[in-house]
Each structure stands twice: as C-alpha cells, then as structure tokens.
Design a protein around this ligand. Structure first.
Ligand code: NAP
Length: 280
C-alpha cells in the first residue's frame, strides 16, 4: 500500500501559503490574521488552536483567541462574531465547535461574514460549492482533495464512495468529487449492503466517526482509501478504517498523520485567501 502522507502534503501547502503571505506583503498588503472563538473549555479544541497558532507562526499568519465561558448564550457569541466581522484587521474567523448545547450552531455559523468564514460552513459558502461557484471550501474536505491530488489519484470518471453525509465532511467531499467528474455515491447509516457499495469504489472517503469501522471486506483491491475519522480508543487516536485495510488498498491515509494535518494546513490556506480577497 502507498501511504497518503498528510504531513508531507500539509508541509507543501504551508510552504505555498508562506510564499503567498510574502507576496501579499511585498505588494504592500497587510498580513493575514485569524481570530479563533472558543466557547467553554474543551481540551481537544485547545490542542487544535495551539496547533493552528504554531502553523500560523510558520507561514506568517498571526492569530488571536477570543474566549467565552461555557455558560455563554447564543447572543453573547453573536455579539463577539459581529465585532470580529467589523474588525478590519481580522481576515478570517473560526468559531471552534463543539458548542455548549444552549448555543445555536446554525445561528452562529450564519452570523460569520461569508468573506471571513475560513471554516467554509456558512450557508452561502456551502451553496456556492453546491452551485460550482467560487467560495470558501471547508478545510477537511479541501484537505482530502489536495491529498488525493498530491498522490496523483485520478478522479475523472472514477467511482467514488463517500461514507458519511455530515454537513462538514461527507456532503462537501461528495460535491468536490462530483465537481472533479467522479461518479459519486454517498453512504450513511441507512445504506443497505454497505460493504458491497463501498467495494465499488476506486476512491473511498470514510467519515463515519466509528473506530476501525471499515474493514478489508469494504475495500476493492487497489482502491484509494482516505480515513477522515478521529477516534480516541484506550487513550490512543485511531481512524474509522481498520489497519488491515492496508493489505488490500492501493493507497491509504494514516491516522494520525493523514487528514488531520491537511485540515490545519487548509485553514491557513483559507485565511490567506480571505486576506487576498480583502485586498483585491
Ligand atoms: N481529521 C479531521 O480534521 C476531521 C475533521 C472533521 C471530522 N473528523 C472526524 O471524522 C469523523 C466523521 O465526522 P463527522 O463530523 O462527519 O461525523 P458525523 O456528523 O457524526 O457523521 C457521521 C456520518 O456517518 C454515518 N454513520 C454513522 N454510523 C454509521 C453506520 N453504522 N453505517 C453507516 N454510516 C454510519 C452517519 O449516518 P447518518 O447521517 O445516517 O446518521 C453520518 O452521516 C469523526 O471521527 C470526526 O472526529 C476529522
């Protein structure tokens, strides 16, 4: 099996971003700035935000953290988002999920200025993706595509199966594969004969959120398998794809070291692009 090396691809993306930032500055522009909103105390989010700050430092993107207490209301979050929308020094806004249950995800996502929506979750950006118009593409789906492209995996005419239909991973990945002329099937918890449907795939993208759910019998020999899953089992991180899939797949992305670093790198990419558009 060939490893879809997310660390290597992500490093390449970050180099491109660093060059882009340098060009922006050389043209007299402002450096990109990413504002992260954190609600309550989530250790996973903290790790993500720390990683994001380190990535930013490498490429010349500064960042700020804006914290709200676990007890924050939807209105509290909306007020902070409105302030960041107005702030001319802020290129991109990331509102870290999960939210406390009293905070409306839909209301907050829709409140972010679509031009600063570096997560690509705003209905306008999702709509643009669905309409094949230029817009911000969510980081994980964009990272999956970049990873496939860096490995030279052909998509036009290929059979692609996406396992999972979430708004943040499955659906956008399926739209991106479709835009690249793959023949796309989307599977979910109600799909009949799931292993057989997955076995049709030349490219199988798995975002199901269940540890080692995809076993060898889901995979056609030689298929490219991208594992988006991040699960914690006995204190260790594992993906949605069983390790034994490496015995049949042609390409396989590891967890950790696969889609995770790509997601972080694409966030930097989206932040650079947001600042570029502001200055265009
Ligand atoms: N690496 C990264 O940067 C990154 C980013 C985002 C997410 N993730 C990880 O990716 C995974 C998926 O995330 P998500 O937000 O897309 O998850 P999600 O919102 O929970 O969606 C999971 C999808 O899997 C489907 N599913 C669940 N159980 C199934 C089963 N037994 N058979 C078939 N389909 C099943 C669900 O079907 P229904 O729709 O029918 O319920 C749903 O569409 C998680 O492990 C998450 O941590 C990683």
């Amino acid at each position: 099996v060939k490893v879809l090396d997310g660390k290597q691809s992500a490093a390449r993306v970050l180099e491109e971003v660093a060059r882009g930032v340098a060009e922006l500055l050389a043209a007299g522009g402002r450096p990109p700035h990413l504002a992260a909103v954190l609600i309550g105390d989530h250790s996973a989010s903290e790790t993500y935000v720390r990683g994001k700050r380190r990535d930013g430092e490498k490429v010349g993107i500064s960042s700020s953290d804006h914290r709200l207490p676990e007890s924050a209301s939807t209105e509290d979050v909306l007020r902070l988002v409105a302030q960041l929308n107005r702030d001319p020094t802020v290129s991109g806004i990331l509102v870290q999920q999960p939210f406390p249950k009293q905070v409306s995800v839909a209301a907050v996502v829709a409140a972010v200025d679509p031009a600063k929506d570096v997560d690509g979750y705003h209905p306008i950006n999702f709509g643009r993706l669905a309409l094949s118009q230029p817009g911000v593409v969510a980081c994980t789906p964009a990272g999956v595509m970049r990873m496939l492209d860096d490995a030279g995996i052909p998509l036009a005419g290929a059979r692609a199966v996406v396992l999972g239909r979430s708004n943040i991973v499955g659906k956008p990945v399926a739209l991106l594969l479709l835009a690249r002329n793959a023949t796309v099937t989307i599977c979910h918890s109600r799909t009949r004969d799931l292993p057989a449907v997955c076995r049709e795939a030349d490219v199988l993208v798995v975002a199901v959120g269940r540890p080692r759910f995809v076993t060898k019998d889901f995979v056609r020999p030689g298929a490219a398998v991208v594992d988006v899953g991040v699960n914690r089992v006995d204190g260790k991180i594992c993906g949605d794809v069983d390790e034994a899939v490496a015995e049949v797949a042609g390409h396989l992305s590891p967890v950790p070291g696969g889609v995770g670093p790509m997601t972080r790198a694409m966030l930097m990419w989206n932040t650079l692009e947001a600042q570029r558009r502001r200055q265009a």
